[in-house]
Design a binder for this molecule. Structure first.
Ligand code: LLP
Length: 416
């Protein structure tokens, strides 16, 4: 019986020390991804910058690793900003996004002195202008533009998403008003434009369509501005997903942008991207212990000791994952089963209809590619405790987040 190893350590050893469910990151895989972006997202024509989209998976340990590779970070809330500020990431590498930042959050960003704020709507700009004046502090701002393109996986749709909650349409009265507000104040400095067209995108055409639009807007401005193309680069969850890979995607993106800039005679100050999922998803594994099995007339269930509280994506988006029995990797996969969680909800199914070997109670089951939007979207549903997060590399284990305890769960409960 051969056993899964992650970062050189057998799964049973990891579980013996940290319990199940357990979020495990192969640190080498994380670092390979960071390195691939770093090496391939470079241009001789303009400076480039990579911001890690913290929402995909943020902890102090992850922030520190990202910083080691020289990346900046994007944050979208007081909590993400605070985490970044508590890590080694310098404040001038923190970029603040979000469609409804509170006054407190904006104040926090001014007081910390973040690198820039991505402004999402007119009301925010008006508030930013007042705050900058109050603090007598210069602040760079980017506008998040809605280019009317929405891309998911293999499809993209142009001009259907004008009603998005995110961003400002370039041709709108709102955008004109933004430019007027900018003209009438002295502290906010227009840094450039931002766009994010969606997630889990595999086809380059969606990026090309977004680039066309953004470059046409940049052309209206005399000075070179920064262009931020957001995140959304696709990853492999199951065999159905066939991403191009980081290097190839970056090459296509840079080549296309370069061509359009030359053709349109537009210069940019800097090119920025914000990958989240593609940096962390495939480096993450979740280990569960198999509990009971149950046969119904049409199904066999394998139950595991986690589920929707540690990975909401299957129930929320019908996201697909693949899995193995980590304690029996070579066994023949003879059983057609559904892997379900332990939470009180029928939708708490991690993987529908997959082939696995026969199992016994206590075996370990691994779900692959859980590194993005797993821990970061976890909950305490059914008063479950959030699993530990560990990084493993060359046989060495580093605890990144401690498992929550029952005492942690009650920390904010008022007893009287
Ligand atoms: N930049 C902005 C402005 C974003 O809104 C996002 C993701 C990213 C970057 C990073 O995108 P990524 O490279 O990770 O696709 N919870 C969903 C994903 C929501 C993504 C929201 N924005 C999921 O689990 O699939």
């Amino acid at each position: 019986m051969s056993e899964l190893k992650i970062g050189g350590v057998p799964a049973t050893n990891l579980v013996a020390q940290y319990g199940t469910p357990l979020y495990v990151y192969d640190q080498e895989q994380l670092e390979n991804n960071l390195q691939s972006y770093k090496q391939s997202f470079k241009s001789e024509k303009f400076p480039t910058k990579i911001l890690y989209a913290s929402k995909a998976f943020q902890t102090i340990g992850m922030m520190n690793l990202v910083h080691e590779y020289g990346f900046g970070v994007d944050v979208v809330s007081a909590g993400e900003l605070y985490t970044a500020l508590q890590s080694n990431v310098p404040v001038n590498k923190i970029h603040f996004h979000g469609n409804n930042k509170s006054t407190e959050e904006l104040r926090m960003a001014f007081e910390a002195g973040v690198e820039h704020i991505v402004c999402d709507n007119v009301m925010e700009l008006a508030e930013l202008s007042e705050l900058a004046k109050e603090y007598q502090q210069k602040m760079k701002i980017m506008f998040r533009l809605n280019v009317g393109i929405e891309a998911h996986t293999h499809e993209y749709i142009v001009t259907t998403h004008i009603d998005s909650k995110f961003g400002i349409a370039y041709e709108s009265d709102d955008f004109k008003e933004c430019l007027t507000i900018l003209d009438q104040q002295e502290y906010l400095v227009l840094e450039g434009f931002h766009v994010h067209i969606g997630s889990q995108i595999f086809e380059m055409d969606a990026w090309y369509a977004a680039i066309d639009k953004m470059v046409s807007y940049l052309k209206d401005f005399n000075e070179p501005l920064t262009l931020n193309l957001g995140g959304g680069f696709g990853v492999r969850y199951t065999e159905e997903d066939q991403p191009l890979g980081i290097e190839e995607t970056m090459n296509h993106l840079l080549t296309y942008l370069d061509e359009i800039l030359t053709k349109e005679e537009v210069s940019i100050k800097e090119l920025v991207i914000e990958p989240g999922r593609s940096l962390v998803a495939e480096a993450g594994y979740t280990l569960y212990e198999v509990g009971y099995q149950k046969k119904t007339p049409n199904k066999t269930y394998y139950f595991v000791d986690g589920g929707m509280a540690d990975n909401i994506r299957p129930s929320l988006y019908q996201a697909k994952y693949s899995c193995d029995i980590a304690t029996n990797m070579d066994a023949e996969k003879t059983e057609l089963v559904t892997v379900a969680g332990k939470y009180c909800e029928s939708g708490d199914v991690l993987i529908q209809d997959t082939y696995l070997p026969p199992v016994k109670k206590g075996d370990l089951l691994v779900v692959y590619a859980t590194g993005a939007y797993g821990y970061s979207m976890s909950s305490n549903y059914n008063r479950s405790t959030t699993p530990a997060v560990i990084f493993v590399k060359n046989g060495q284990v580093k605890e990144i987040v401690r498992r929550q305890t029952l005492v942690d769960l009650l920390r904010n409960d008022v007893r009287e």
